[in-house]
Design a protein. Structure first.
Lengths: 438, 421
């Protein structure tokens, strides 16, 4: 999944990027946070944010400033905008902090727009129903900007601004995640940046910074989970478009095809009347609703059961080639379902983010405790935190807290496919040390 | 009950400041130090400390007004700073002026200075907890300067001043990953200015000698009445007995021997510490002498006995050398942390982050040692010399038992056997 997203990012990193706002926001109201988010993304595009981002790619960070555009990231790219070349050459002479300071100064307005968007109501608007929004790289760029701006603020001993920058993109990310399955994937990737930034700076946060972080993570966790809202949205879209999909299948049936599935479907639907199509649509919608109801019932139940064994056992259709109209309806109902309703394991990304939010909230309490008592708590019970803080719904047991010579480790045991989850979780098998005693 | 008794014993009657400076000039930072000491020598502060020490250990000690018996350590520190923080303002003012105690006798201030250093590190902690890194860093730097100024009083206070400064260094060590870029710059600048001052050991030797000469002169010329009761050792008692029996010509002979001996001892030391710092570790050999023992058979033995308490506190020298290495290590930490902010990673070598001069360790005669450890942590240390052993920013005694060298103030000592009539 991450590899796919990375490819998307790479190939969307254009040199002369068109503005998003006029494309997506056809009827601006000034009252929808999405308008501000889009403007923020446009600011990054217009200022060649990708030049700042490329400079900081892991390989460049390890090797020092990039030698120039030749072989940049090892990827052949089209000849870029001369202004971009000039910018990259100038950035070559900066160190990391200078680069991030310039970045924070140049693109700080974008984070203000994100904050402005966060203060408004939010509704997705897309020009067409199948339009993929948000654009992956733009959303992640905003997360990177928040991370970098936070770093700059901390280098200037401004913890308040550092947490504020991080919080802004965290809230935006949660709101964007509520659109559909794809947006959750994007937000999960975006949040990985934010959580890594928080993790890196935990021991730099003051009590007030920790309190702010706790408030923001707690507020997000108190909202209905993004995946539930996303499922509602996707089901509504699926219902609205199912009739059109079936009608399209009938009209496409006249086209010759070598595909066995298409041949089978053509045979079944080519002779259907309008009323047959309507009846079939109703049956498919009913089958979808039945399956979705199971998913909603599970998501409305305790979070620790979302990934239970029984919830992930729905095998779906036996064959991709329907033998009867009933088979076809089952097949349609299955494939038209959003991923969350088809297979509970697709919830893992969303649950991982929620787990990390809980970890961030718990870290905040530990930081606070540490300042208050001059030591780390002996165990999580000593925090006197609400039970919800210390219970890890993903693993259905308390978070793991271990004192170490350097500080402490806090993590979730995770789920079978995730491995242990730390605040700066990257991939299974890479647990990180957390916390340093002040 | 015990705590109350302790307060009565510890609390000094009268003002330390008034006793030490009956005619204050306003130009001597030590006057502010003593005013700060008065605040921390007050009954209110003693009661607070007694209560703080009793929290969670011995119930029954009255809780001061304005703080809860169940307060967290941070709340207690905040209360302490709110109530006694004026002492910190006085410390900061004192640090802006030249400082000199002007007497070899220390009164009740050593314990008060230990408390002052603790108050400042507590205030720094409170500032850090609030996210005010700049104030926290400044508070700790004021303690370092206090320690440096105290070092200059005498060779005895070399060790005491070092231990005061080490309180701040230990706190710096714990907080170093939190320093902002500006904190790093401020720390490096302040260390630079301290290291650039005339070296504390040389100044302390001058002060020692200035105090010792008149004392020993009054002893040898017989202008001071001496009692064997004032001597703490058999040699001291014998020395006083012999001094009281000397005739005029013998006194002249003794004075010449004492002057020669002082000149030899202090001359060798001054020469060592006025030379390049890289040679300070090399002890200059004095003429070999047998251990002084009873009876004191010759005038030379008597001169040696008279000079015993007039000699510099040799044991303090290694503390003074150590603190200079620690200050340099503090500066290197500041350079490393600034480098880390600027580059997002640790330097591969000290020379990537600091100048050639900064990475040289005069004490060991080699560059400071830099080891990168796991999780972006590292160690900077000096190999030290034979007397100090390896030196980190936080002082670890060779027995490794305590990371905090100064639990309480050392007992005030007097220079010379005759200074407490």
């Amino acid at each position: 999944m991450i590899a796919t997203l990375t490819l998307l990012i790479v190939f969307q990193a254009e040199w002369n990027l068109p503005a998003l706002y006029p494309t997506y926001i056809l009827n601006p109201t000034g009252a929808n946070g999405m308008e501000d988010y889009t403007l923020a993304m446009d600011l990054l595009r217009a200022g060649h944010f990708n030049a700042y981002d490329d400079w900081q790619s892991p390989q460049d960070r390890l090797a020092g400033p990039p030698p120039g555009l030749q072989g940049f990231r090892g990827i052949q790219k089209p000849i870029p905008d001369p202004k971009y070349i000039e910018l990259v050459n100038r950035l070559d002479g900066l160190n990391l902090l200078q680069l991030r300071q310039e970045e924070a100064s140049k693109f700080g307005k974008a984070l203000d727009l994100v904050a402005s968007g966060n203060s408004k109501s939010f509704a997705f608007v897309t020009p067409t129903s199948n339009f993929k929004f948000p654009v992956v790289s733009d959303v992640i760029d905003l997360a990177r900007l928040g991370d970098d701006s936070s770093y700059t603020a901390l280098s200037e001993a401004n913890g308040t601004l550092a947490v504020d920058d991080i919080s802004r993109v965290l809230v935006m990310s949660d709101r964007l995640a509520r659109h559909n399955y794809f947006s959750i994937l994007v937000s999960t990737y975006e949040e990985a940046h934010i959580f890594a930034a928080i993790s890196e700076n935990l021991n730099r946060y003051s009590i007030d910074d920790a309190k702010s972080l706790e408030i923001i993570t707690d507020a997000i966790l108190k909202l209905p989970a993004a995946c539930i809202e996303s499922l509602h949205n996707e089901m509504a879209n699926a219902r609205n478009s199912t009739r059109e999909v079936i009608s399209t299948m009938r009209s496409a049936a006249a086209q010759p095809s070598n595909d066995k599935q298409e041949q089978a479907i053509s045979r079944m639907v080519s002779s259907l009347s309008d009323s047959d199509i309507e009846a079939m649509t109703q049956r498919v919608l009913q089958a979808m609703s039945d399956r979705a109801d199971v998913a909603f019932a599970r998501l409305n139940g305790p979070e620790e059961n979302w990934l239970s064994q029984s919830a992930t056992e729905d095998p779906g259709p036996v064959s991709d080639v329907p033998k009867s109209l009933s088979d076809l309806e089952n097949l349609l109902a299955w494939y038209r379902l959003p991923p969350f309703a088809r297979n509970a394991s697709t919830l893992l990304g969303s649950l991982k983010s929620r787990t990390q939010l809980r970890l961030a909230r718990l870290h905040s309490r530990i930081i606070h405790f540490n300042w208050e008592w001059g030591r780390f708590p002996k165990n999580l019970e000593e925090l006197n935190a609400p039970k919800d803080y210390t219970f890890d719904r993903l693993s259905s047991q308390p978070f793991v807290y271990e004192l170490t010579p350097e500080g402490y480790r806090l993590y979730s045991k995770g789920w079978k496919q995730s491995g242990p989850i730390f605040l700066d979780y990257n991939f299974p098998g890479s647990p990180r040390m957390q916390g340093v005693a002040p | 009950m015990i705590a109350t008794l302790a307060i009565c014993i510890l609390a000094q009657s009268g003002s330390l400041y008034a006793k030490a400076f009956p005619r204050p000039t306003g130009h001597n930072g030590y006057e502010e130090y003593m005013q700060a000491a008065d605040i921390l020598n007050s009954r209110a502060y003693m009661e607070f400390k007694a209560w703080e020490l009793s929290v969670g250990r011995s119930p029954g000690v009255p809780t001061p007004d304005g703080v809860s018996a169940n307060a967290t350590p941070l709340t207690i520190k905040k209360y302490e700073v709110d109530r006694f923080g004026k002492a910190l303002k006085l410390l900061a003012i004192g640090n802006t002026k030249p400082t000199f105690r002007g007497s070899s006798q220390l009164g009740g201030e050593p314990q008060a200075f230990v408390d002052l250093a603790q108050l400042a590190t507590d205030a720094a902690y409170v500032s850090f907890a609030k996210g005010d890194w700049s104030s926290g860093t400044n508070q700790l730097l004021e303690v370092v300067v206090l320690g440096d100024n105290l070092q200059r009083e005498s060779t005895f206070s070399l060790e005491f001043g070092s231990q005061i400064a080490e309180r701040a260094l230990e706190s710096f060590d714990r907080q170093k990953t939190r320093w902002s870029v500006k904190d790093c710059e401020r720390i490096a600048l302040r260390v630079e200015s301290i290291l650039a001052r005339p070296n504390a050991i040389g100044v302390a030797l001058d002060h020692d000698l200035a105090a010792v000469i008149p004392n020993l002169e009054s002893m040898t010329t017989g202008t001071m009445k001496l009692s064997e009761d004032n001597a703490g050792t058999d040699i001291g008692k014998e020395c006083i007995r012999r001094l009281n029996a000397l005739g005029p010509s013998e006194r002249i002979q003794l004075k010449e021997l004492v002057d020669h001996r002082l000149s030899m001892i202090y001359g060798a030391m001054q020469s060592r510490f006025q030379g390049p710092e890289s040679q300070w570790s090399a002890e200059q050999a004095l003429p070999t002498e047998t251990e002084l023992s009873l009876p004191l058979t010759s005038m030379n033995d008597l001169a040696r006995a008279v000079c015993l308490d007039g000699e510099p506190q040799y044991n303090s020298l290694s503390a003074a050398l150590r603190i200079r290495a620690q200050l340099r290590i503090l500066r290197l930490h500041a350079r490393i942390q600034a480098y880390k902010w600027r580059n997002g990673r640790l330097p591969n070598a000290l020379s990537d982050a600091a100048t050639n001069l900064e990475i040289q360790d005069p004490l060991s005669g080699k560059p400071f040692l830099f080891e990168i450890q796991k999780d972006m942590t590292y160690r900077i240390y000096s190999d030290g010399n034979q007397s100090t052993g390896q030196i980190d920013l936080t002082f670890l005694p060779k027995d490794g038992k305590s990371s905090s060298p100064l639990q309480t103030a050392p007992t005030p000592v007097s220079q010379g056997i005759n200074v407490a009539p």
